[in-house]
Design a protein around this ligand. Structure first.
Ligand SMILES: NC(=O)c1ccc[n+]([C@@H]2O[C@H](COP(=O)([O-])OP(=O)(O)OC[C@H]3O[C@@H](n4cnc5c(N)ncnc54)[C@H](OP(=O)(O)O)[C@@H]3O)[C@@H](O)[C@H]2O)c1
Length: 212
């Protein structure tokens, strides 16, 4: 697949490396390509482009920007370049405020997630929430003594979720499909839960598993 990644932070880089490792083509879409000069040198198989060109080129897009900038980044990519495509939404709606006893603050509430806001503004985009509930260092083929971890996903389009489940399988995850976009109200706060041991005890090496 041609995977276009919007955002040049740790998540964008980790997922780009994962897609390359699993044989996909990757373009990193950024507002400032110079930021990725070193990274591009170390990852010669990847392309770096503008946000718009990346969205146009891609079969599937990964949204890996700061949560507060997510809608802006999609507007910059161009709705016409995203319509009908799957957008894997790895963002979290983290507010610009310090955590409280290790608990992150969000700019959304429990009745409206960031992904629902994006789905409402971009109705023709097939959003799938994924990769938001684990640190970037564990996103690709994590190894745990307790076996494969679970990635909770949701989204309104079943075919898009099936495709994302295939990617997660390649990346060494079990997928738990939690339903439509509203389920992002529950999946986005998993990021808060995941970060608490990190902020309180500097423990960042865990992932969630659903036992059935
Ligand atoms: N860090 C983690 O381990 C982790 C884990 C799970 C989920 N997440 C979520 O994944 C997302 C990315 O996290 P991150 O840690 O890689 O980096 P980040 O610092 O949250 O965001 C990185 C990217 O956001 C883009 N950005 C910032 N302001 C923007 C704006 N006004 N318009 C368009 N793009 C803008 C920038 O892209 P360019 O400057 O290149 O255009 C930048 O590279 C976040 O939503 C985060 O909550 C992070």
């Amino acid at each position: 697949m041609k995977v276009g990644i919007l955002g040049s932070g740790d998540v964008g880089k980790a997922l780009a490396a994962g897609f390359l490792r699993h044989g996909h083509e990757v373009t990193m879409g950024t507002r400032e390509a110079s930021k990725l000069a070193d990274w591009a040198e170390k990852n010669p198989k990847a392309l770096v482009g503008s946000v718009t060109d990346t969205a146009k080129w891609a079969d599937v897009v990964v949204l890996a920007v700061k949560g507060a900038a997510a809608a802006d980044a999609l507007r910059g990519a161009g709705v016409e370049n995203l319509s009908g495509k799957t957008v894997i939404d790895a963002t979290n709606p983290i507010a610009d405020a310090a955590p409280s006893n290790g608990v992150l603050r969000f700019f959304t509430n429990l009745d409206e997630s960031l992904m629902e806001r994006l789905q409402q503004e971009f109705p023709k985009v097939r959003f799938v929430k994924a990769f938001n509930s684990v640190g970037n260092g564990l996103m690709v083929n994590p190894k745990f003594p307790g076996g494969k971890p679970t990635m909770f996903i949701c989204g309104n389009d079943d075919a898009a979720k099936k495709m994302v489940a295939g990617i997660l399988d390649q990346f060494g995850w079990e997928t738990a499909d939690m339903g439509k976009a509203e389920a992002a109200r529950a999946i986005e706060p998993l990021c808060m839960l995941w970060c608490i041991p990190g902020f309180l005890r500097n423990e960042w090496s865990h992932a969630f598993k659903l036992l059935v």
